[in-house]
Ligand binder design. Structure first.
Ligand SMILES: [Zn+2]
Length: 93
């Protein structure tokens, strides 16, 4: 099982499983933030996710939502495609 190491603002280092996180993506950008409930103090934590973090979280199967707006399935698929292109770009570099 893949574990994600992150930090809680109250508890410090915590380890989470992919299903413990939700990734909130900004429409049309390859960045966003992720949200989790701390396993120790149970407070909800928000952390910024840059492009690299977003790519890693998606790769390990973290659930994601796109913004607060209703986004069509097409738009999401285009976004995921663009992320794949971006991943190919960095892995080719
Ligand atoms: Zn905590």
């Amino acid at each position: 099982m893949t574990t994600i190491k992150t930090t809680c603002s109250a508890c410090g280092d915590v380890e989470l499983a992919a299903e413990d996180l939700v990734l909130e993506l900004t429409p049309l950008e390859a960045s966003g933030r992720y949200v989790f409930d701390c396993p120790f103090c149970e407070s909800t934590q928000h952390r910024p996710a840059n492009e690299r973090v977003v790519a890693i979280l998606l790769a390990i199967g973290v659930t994601y939502i796109v913004g607060d707006e209703l986004v069509s399935e097409d738009a999401i698929m285009r976004f995921v495609d663009s992320l794949d292109d971006w991943l190919e770009d960095i892995t080719a570099a």
